[in-house]
Write a protein that binds this ligand. Sequence first.
Ligand code: NAG
Ligand code: NAG
Length: 335
Amino acid sequence: MLLRLASIALAVVVSAVLLPASAAAVLNVTATVAFQEVYTPLFGSHNIRRSADDRTVSILLDRSTGSGFISSSMYHHGFFSASIKLPSDYTAGVVVAFYTSNAHVYEKRHDELDFEFLGNIRGKPWRVQTNVYGNGSVSRGREERYVLPFDPTTEFHRYSILWTRDAVAFYVDDVPVRHVSRSRAAGDFPSKPMALYATVWDGSNWATSGGRYRVNYHYGPFVASFTDLALAGCRVDQLMLPAAQAGCAEAVEASDPAVMTLGKLQAMRRFRERNMVYSYCYDTRRYPVPFAECDLVESERKMFKESGQLRTIAHRRRRAGRRTARDAGGAKADM
Ligand SMILES: *[C@@H]1O[C@H](CO)[C@@H](O)[C@H](O)[C@H]1NC(C)=O
Ligand SMILES: *[C@@H]1O[C@H](CO)[C@@H](O)[C@H](O)[C@H]1NC(C)=O
């Protein structure tokens, strides 16, 4: 995905007009913006449909092309969010991605934070993948995959990426689903300004069951809609210097999504216990020696095969049931 988009992205960023620098360091993570305030088309412009008020944008994949957009500026830390409604019906091979990257600027040392939605076969749930790359760690993919506890094609749900100097967190609605701290990911932690992207493309060779199911254009066009666009980040100028936003990184760290309360950590643990279906930490085929940041829980490890895939959903449900009972007891004790 990266390499295919890199050259297009470069052209866009070089020609993008940077917005005037703002002096304020206050971040309002709930403020939403119109498309043209922060975004610009990236590719497949005839397949990008904007609402009259410019606050909802749909990107389409049809036989002619996929499509996507990119932030007009780059950001060094921030909170990046959108409510997304995924294409419905049969979407095998269709990939919808919402991510930050700087591959178009730092080809060999790029950083990237991903939400990737990997299509579905009718009747089966969509799977969503998160991934973290830092400083060109492309041979060290840190993929995790989850099934969503709702149907992402019938309503908008919010997906957010928080990136501070110390940590990355991925949110689905208001629940953190993954938290990565810099101290543990070390040199592979994103450290350079990134742009924000949203794309829909044909991932036939990869997306659904490892490429077994290709895109069937009979069911197209495939439409992914984005709204509640929020982009509370620390903008940089063309030399990658902060655009007069002193204290911005601190403001991101003080923002609500950056504060991990006990309640949020418990919600994250519950989400992961119930919904995670693949983890690079348990993929001993790919990584015989696990990464330093992986907390290998022996009871959890038994639920995953050597390939890092969850053994069976039924196994998961039985275990989640037991955990839920225990959590409920624990929560009472905490109060
Ligand atoms: C943040 O933005 C929201 C939505 O635009 C607005 O309702 C709220 O008042 C803002 N908060 C601050 C502190 O500016
Ligand atoms: C990033 O990688 C380059 C080599 O590709 C290395 O020289 C540099 O020290 C690394 N930076 C960090 C922050 O680890």
